[in-house]
Design a protein around this ligand. Sequence first.
Ligand code: KIV
Length: 284
Amino acid sequence: MKNTVSTLMQQKQSGDKITMLTAYDYTTAKIIDECGVNSILVGDSLGMVMLGYENTLPVTMEDMIHHTAAVTRGAKNSFVVADMPFMSYQISVEDAVKNAGRLIKEGGANAVKLEGGAEVCDRIEAIVNASVPVVAHLGLTPQSVNAFGGFKVQGKNYEKAKKLIDDALKIQKAGACAVVLEGIPAKLAEIITSKLTIPTIGIGAGNGCDGQVLVYQDMLALTTGHTPKFVKKFADVGELMRNGITEYIKETKSGAFPAQEHTYAVDDEIIKKLAEESDNDENC
Ligand code: KIV
């Protein structure tokens, strides 16, 4: 059964934790969907994990539509949320509605996600009025990396914590159907979760949220280098891939691959005839 905004809302009410993972392509989306994950986020993190950028800022609407369309072809039941990339909603309300609409019409997403609190409430309201569900995103919002001066935990002093609570209430009032809380203290996320009627989905925000989201490359150990403290490695797929690829190189070099079972047969008579013809050609 297709997960919807109502499914997520019911999960909050019943205490059934919401599961969300990122995906950026058809094959991965299909696996995640078949495992029964409630929601797939086509995050603008694709800029880093799929396109090799340093941060999410260079990601374009075209990138997001291309990857969202691939994901929605693979996701039958998961609720697909597509990120609005940097500068696709900041300039004007009109831009925000137009670009949200493209992610739904051209990408096939079920909802869009955008970053920010009070300052984006007019965008949220306008997009929701156009019948597009909006997931908000508060805390360590990666599109503000330059303004924050790096990827830093947010809401650690009283004023900033209070502002996050106010922002959460404002985005809910503006019509957001859920909110991602990223990189904030667990106790603060718990307070926000208890104050909201819409679900909170945490990443680096403790287990008091109504659900969790992770970048799939992080939780499957496909990324190398520094991983944030909140990431748990659920399986070492990176190691499995490296082993498989090394084995492929070895067997191809030695001639062990392809073996008999990987090759197609042909009638011996045909080969014999071809060989005879070839001999005759050479004798001419
Ligand atoms: O882009 C993304 O993957 C995200 C998650 C980290 C929440 O926004």
